[in-house]
Design a protein around this ligand. Sequence first.
Ligand code: SF4
Length: 681
Amino acid sequence: MTSSVASPGAEIVRAACPHDCPDTCAMLVTVEQREGKRVAVKVVGDPDHPTTQGALCTKVSRYLERTYHPDRLLYPQKRIGPKGRGRFMRVSWGEALADIAARLRTIAAIDPQRVVPYSYAGTMGLVQGEAMAARFLHKLGASFLDRTICATAGAEAINATLGTRTGTDLEQFQNARLIVFWGTNAIASNLHLWSRAQEAKRRGAKLIAIDPYRSQTAEKCQQHIALLPGTDAALALGIMNVLIARDWLDHDYIARYTLGFDELAARARNFPPQRVAQLCGIDADIVESLAHDYWHIRPAAIRLNYGMQRAAGGGNAVRAVACLPALAGHWRAAAGGVLLSTSGMFNLDNAALHRPDLLAGRTPRTINMSDALIVYNSNPVAVAPQSRAVAAGFAREDLFTVVLDHFQTDTADYADYLLPATTQLEHVDVHRAYGHLYMLANNAAIEPLGEALPNSEIFRRLARAMGFTEPCFRESDDEIASVAFKRAGTTAQFDWNSLKRSGWQRLAVAEIYAPFAHGNFPTPSGRCEFRSQQLADLGIDPVPDYVPPNEGPVSNPELARRFPLAIISPPARNFLNSTFVNVASLRAVDGEPSLEIHPLDAAARAISDGDRVRVFNDRGSLDLAAHVTDRARRGVVVALSIWWKKLARDGKNANELTNQRLTDIGRAPTFYDCLVQVERA
Ligand code: SF4
């Protein structure tokens, strides 16, 4: 059953949280009939789902406020003012789709690669994400988008080291004796793992946070190590240095299940605690004590998140940290190891979903100059680095831009056509997780509001308007969802109808999941690869090293003299990237965009708490309210993010300052590799 009766006249619908969060919660939506219409009246976490355990985060607890928000886009609109001003007039779907199809046809006749998609994880759903959109773009022959904005540095680094993206099961963390939160504010972005860690703490475990910022998570750990941004690899190599020097090594595990120990050990010898202390801006005895705890407190689990990979050496940093459990033998226990992502465990049929065969032998280039941009599931004007340059690109009068969204975001202001998309309560979808081992179904709880349509239906209708006749463009959302699991030649992992009824199902893995207890790394060598020939073949250093930040005293002393403070812009607890910023009750918690600055850095600039400050570098400047606090370590300022620019006093956000350089592995942006100066406004 997709639903069951809750109280007279009410119904419970099984759904899944669609947001870019490792927890992928199972939700129960209560729906009532009011004046002949289905109305969602309550959204809660499914108490029976083992990782959700009945709790949603504050953001998604407010999902009704977002769904029924008075600013929801409810009908198609066409631009009537200058680009960026956000002035539109209502048009019919027929008029919008016919005009968009005509424009795309004209551009495609010259070169279809001049049409570029821009999408990311606005929904993590496999149907409303890339399925029908990818089919449409493949048939058209549009350019590919290299979707590297968030996770590819870490993902490629983990793949090179462990062979796939999997790790310690979230459901085992309460059994760990030592948990290291490395580059992650779990309370804000991995709540359900945090609750397991709290249970571990009650049972006597030690929690350590490694983060330049004293986040809510760091505050609640017994130890917080506030290193400088972008120096995580140096710390990991320093821990290795001590493990090796003291012979705190699982020699048997290393001999049986790893590759390249001698080369890694040679690398680690360059990182004695004194040098690491200097690079990371911490005391040398912290490196010693961390290595001591990592060997003696067993099992130890590291929750590694994407924060550390947003700097020049982000890929190497993830690789260095991912080597630690094999050295100390922590993979032997189900509650030991490291977790970045579990997404490699879901054996999806991407060919059936995305239909690359529609390219018909063409190999479009990966993003280049464009005449048309189709934006869905993303808000690039707010979230992409070096925002001023991004906005200038969107303002090009010769660029034809179509935006699908729920709200008139910063990006939507630049659209030629603004198309209303449905929220998770109004459409069907299927979700794999990246922080646990369950597949989830999302049933539609209510009818689409106004004239909003699912992304899939918008691309389906656009395909029809373009004259695309392949049967795949007529598949329903249920049909698309049902092919997600059927990889040719393999047994389907799930049955869609059964998944819809139950809401969630666990992957067919052991209840006590210990992925690498006996090696079995799916790397080319079958071992945990301290040395990766795959990376060497790409011209990348095959052994983890410390790659200093692009913007720092080592790589660029002149820049560091002019802009002596590092800035990071991690997620505010009540925002999820730029989603939820326009939900008033959530935005009220954060008040206004602010800059957290250490008391000594503030005093050196005669800045007092509450002052307006100008934060600037060569790319731009921001006007923020100063919050003087030792949550920010010396030398590092913090601007919690990602604000909608139009909701900030100066119409800007932290991406005004970030740069477009890429990471060492995975071609990802280096958001947290950024220097600024601060002065009183
Ligand atoms: S914790 Fe994550 S998955 Fe769960 S409701 Fe919140 S955003 Fe969604």
